[in-house]
Design a protein around this ligand. Structure first.
Ligand SMILES: Nc1ncnc2c1ncn2[C@@H]1O[C@H](COP(=O)(O)OP(=O)(O)OP(=O)(O)O)[C@@H](O)[C@H]1O
Ligand SMILES: [Mg+2]
Length: 200
């Protein structure tokens, strides 16, 4: 692997398998790679948040500070360490502390909306879109949010059909057009091997 920083976008709908794919790549490349999460760039929503699926639409690009993410990607390319914000999902707020993120050979950027943002596209060397059918994504999200985040089935369902799905259809799905590689549940392991070969 060359010394220059490569930035890989791993986009796709919620529950499609982005984080799983990013972690598998990260495990393979070990010290040479690091995962940067789009979700760290949420704007502080604590003043606006009322209830899940309410006033704050976490799936709309305006909920995120993509200007800061673009600046950070440029800084990483220039070999600089960045200060990644820490977003607290329990209080919907940005913490005072930041997390240092050192430049490395392979930066894996994981996020639903990253390929929908024109200003981010020039920074990505390879664009991956993880594609999965809406039914599968909904089932996975329902299980995760109920089992791991203590949410009710009704709350998860409301948020999915009021916000997650419309934003997916408007912003996420059309961004697939920017992908160089499409991963889906059928070719997941095969694509993982292919990406490992490509990046090695
Ligand atoms: N190829 C796969 N085969 C089986 N299960 C998978 C696969 N990929 C992902 N999963 C499972 O699906 C669930 C969602 O995957 P993951 O968390 O990677 O999605 P995501 O795209 O990161 O979602 P989000 O945008 O909500 O963070 C997880 O429980 C994960 O273990
Ligand atoms: Mg994820």
């Amino acid at each position: 692997m060359s010394c220059k920083t490569k930035i890989i976008a791993i986009a796709g709908g919620s529950g499609s398998g982005k984080t799983t794919f990013a972690r598998r790549l990260d495990q393979h490349f070990g010290q040479c790679s690091r995962i940067l999460l789009q979700d760290s760039y949420y704007i502080d929503q604590s003043a606006k948040f009322d209830f899940d699926g309410g006033s704050v639409n976490f799936d709309h690009p305006s909920a995120l500070d993509f200007d800061l993410l673009a600046t950070h990607l440029e800084e990483l390319k220039n070999g600089k360490t960045i200060d990644v914000p820490i977003y607290d999902f329990a209080t919907h707020s940005r913490q005072k502390e930041v997390e240092k993120f050192d430049p490395c050979e392979l930066v894996l950027v994981d996020g639903i909306l990253i390929l929908s943002q024109e200003q981010l596209l020039p920074h990505f060397d390879i664009n991956i879109y993880v594609d999965a059918h809406e039914d599968l994504r909904f089932d996975r999200r329902l299980r995760r949010d109920v089992e791991e985040r203590g949410r009710t089935e009704e709350g998860v369902r409301n948020q999915f059909f009021k916000q997650v799905k419309p934003m997916h259809d408007q912003f996420v799905e059309p961004s697939k057009g920017h992908a160089h590689h499409i991963v889906d549940p059928e070719n997941f392991d095969e694509m993982l091997e292919k990406m490992i070969d490509l990046l090695s």
